[in-house]
Design a binder for this molecule. Structure first.
Ligand code: HEC
Length: 145
């Protein structure tokens, strides 16, 4: 487990924020899988697990999650940007809230994380683009405070 986290973080430490939105134009297909994995490890794995399995009853699994595997990624982008509280995930109600990442991650970060989740652990969700995450961010600002 510890070794896995070390490996996943290495590219982040070595390359830092190499792929900025400016270097990767909005709408360009594809994502940086190793960057997505490193960002997932740093921001999400403490709750959802390196294996995406979550913790039964405490944190929902992302492996096989309908939100993560559905072609329409509206809800997936919204949850990461705005967080989530008191809602049901996969039919289970969780007492712990999911934090909002709009302030700490930029559109390229969120795109790489979401596309990593959509392609890891046997998931096959349609990937999102930086432009789609940017549009979701604008929408989320309209109905958050
Ligand atoms: C502090 C723990 C925690 C962290 C860190 C966290 N989450 Fe969550 N996440 C949760 C909880 C708890 C829920 C369910 C909340 C609810 O049902 O109200 C959730 C729900 C979700 C869902 C919806 C799952 C479903 O099937 O409905 C997605 C997608 C998600 N998180 C992605 C992420 C991503 C991406 C990150 C990192 C950028 C992240 N989470 C970081 C705790 C966390």
């Amino acid at each position: 487990m510890h070794r896995l986290i070390g490996c996943a973080l290495a590219p982040l430490l070595l390359f830092g924020r190499a792929a900025t939105p400016a270097e990767r134009p909005a709408g360009q297909p594809g994502f940086d899988a190793s960057r997505g994995r490193a960002l997932y490890s740093a921001n999400c794995s403490a709750c959802h697990g390196e294996d995406g399995a979550g913790q039964p009853g405490t944190f929902p699994p992302l492996k096989g999650s309908r939100v993560v595997t559905k072609d329409d990624a509206t809800k997936h982008m919204q949850v990461v940007l705005e967080g989530m509280q008191g809602a049901k995930a996969g039919g289970v109600r969780y007492a712990t809230p999911m934090p909002s990442f709009a302030a700490s991650l930029d559109d390229a970060d969120i795109t790489d994380i979401i596309d990593y989740e959509r392609s890891a652990w046997g998931n096959h969700g349609k990937p999102v683009t930086v432009a789609e995450v940017g549009a979701a961010r604008v929408k989320s600002k309209l109905h958050t405070h």
